[in-house]
Design a protein around this ligand. Sequence first.
Ligand SMILES: [Zn+2]
Ligand SMILES: [Zn+2]
Length: 377
Amino acid sequence: MATIESEYYDVLGVSRDASDADIKRAFRALARELHPDVSSAPDADARFKEVVEAYEVLSDSERRATYDRLGKAGLKNRGFEPYVDFGNLADVFAAFFGDDLLGGAGGGRQRSQRGGDLQAVVEIELAEAFTGLSVSVPIDVAVPCERCNASGAEPDTGTSTCRTCTGAGVVRSVSQNIFGQFVQQHACPDCGGAGEVLEHPCAQCRGDGRVVVGRKLDVDVPRGIHDGQQIRVRGEGHAGFRSTDRGNAFVVVRVRPDPRFVRDGDDLHTAVRVTMTEAALGTTTKVSTPAGDIDLEVRAGAQPGEVRAIKGQGMPSLRGSRRGDLYVRLDVAVPTHLSDEQRKLLEDVDASVGPDAYGSPDDEDEGFFHRLKSALR
Ligand SMILES: [Zn+2]
Ligand SMILES: [Zn+2]
């Protein structure tokens, strides 16, 4: 029974009577177009998988005949499962095309390569995060060897052709996968892909072309930086194998907690303590900010736990010139020991003030919920 299913042919853009050569040509053209390193189309991965699945079926005469007669359902009944998990698609391409797909990328005579990234950590104070600062971070970094100019060869000595790969820089292996039998290329293990071996490795770097040195890395830490953020310093990472091309350095900034503040983004939270009578009578008190102390007016009748927002007294923003806010919670201290005389005085005050002076219960509730909301911020 014939089916009208033709999805796989449509995916490859070929007719149902296309020859094997037509199918292969169509696949290769699509694969080049959809290569993940080349295509910027967001659906390139998904389309590539469809293309591969179609090719898996149509390039195999038995599967193709099954598909022509019974469609996808027929393939499934015969145990064919599309090769869904491609892992790294670039690997699939390398397996299929060798290294000719992208003009030699991925293998071949690779003399050198960029070195790895370096990570360092610097710890600063909150006050330093407030102002920003320059730091000098000690690092151990692989740098190009000066004795051999990163070539790995002792000065005035040369190289000879690698015998393992006869100078090609690659060795081949044959493997079997869904596409059939493939010749795969790997960088030569003996010359690292260079195709040449050193007659006399450099005495300084033992042929590596790089040496590890202790250095200071100067980094500008911007004002407003947050704990755990990292700063990239281009080209200050490790040198590659026989390469002057260095990776990047990343400096992770740890901001030490300041016991006076809790940081919340660019906002800061702090607390001030006034006495019971100061809260009742009103006062002026000092409150810490990262830029130094400022005066805070405490109104008469201020309540314990009350939070005051002071605009623009928090941390500077990393972006732009605005500053976060400072939230100040009022702690009210109550005497813990009183003499008989003081006790009598307070009792007289209490009798004189009376319960009404503490505000209505409604006010109190509002105050309570306001404080609760502040505490839960
Ligand atoms: Zn050297
Ligand atoms: Zn070799």
